[in-house]
Design a protein around this ligand. Structure first.
Ligand code: ZN
Length: 134
């Protein structure tokens, strides 16, 4: 795996969280994007070589709404950049890790993504992401 591509926080309201994170990070939100398949709206900030992603649920029964209901707002996942997501999935499966989705899907920010299951990673939700169109 390469650098931490982004770290993602679950928030109740992007309209509240975006100005807060702009102040906190001292950098403007450079993109918001809706991912219908995930029922989320995302907002991105550049922090050096990494990014911060904010996630707001678009539906009462979306994964982010469920996460916040259970754990409150806060850190949701860490994403590592990979060169070849298929190869990395095979490597990690061979090491015994479990995936939430082991078929990569299109995520926000022009990425192919997949998630490891937190039960196999000490409770930490980990995303792998590969830049698309390379
Ligand atoms: Zn992410």
């Amino acid at each position: 795996m390469n650098n931490i591509e982004h770290i993602a926080f679950a928030v109740r309201s992007l309209s509240n969280a975006i100005p807060l994170f702009e102040k906190l990070l001292g950098t403007p939100c450079y993109k918001t994007e809706t991912v219908d398949t995930e029922k989320v709206k995302t907002a991105f900030f550049k922090t050096g070589e990494s990014k911060v992603e904010l996630l707001e649920s678009l539906s009462e029964d979306g994964v982010i709404a469920k996460f916040i209901a259970k754990k409150g707002e806060g850190m949701h996942h860490v994403a590592f950049a990979v060169e070849d997501i298929e190869a990395e999935i095979l490597r990690l499966k061979a090491e015994g890790f479990e995936f939430i989705n082991e078929v990569p899907r299109k995520g926000a920010d022009n990425k192919l993504i997949c998630f490891l299951h937190p039960k196999s990673t000490n409770g930490i939700l980990i995303e792998l992401c590969q830049e698309m169109g390379r």
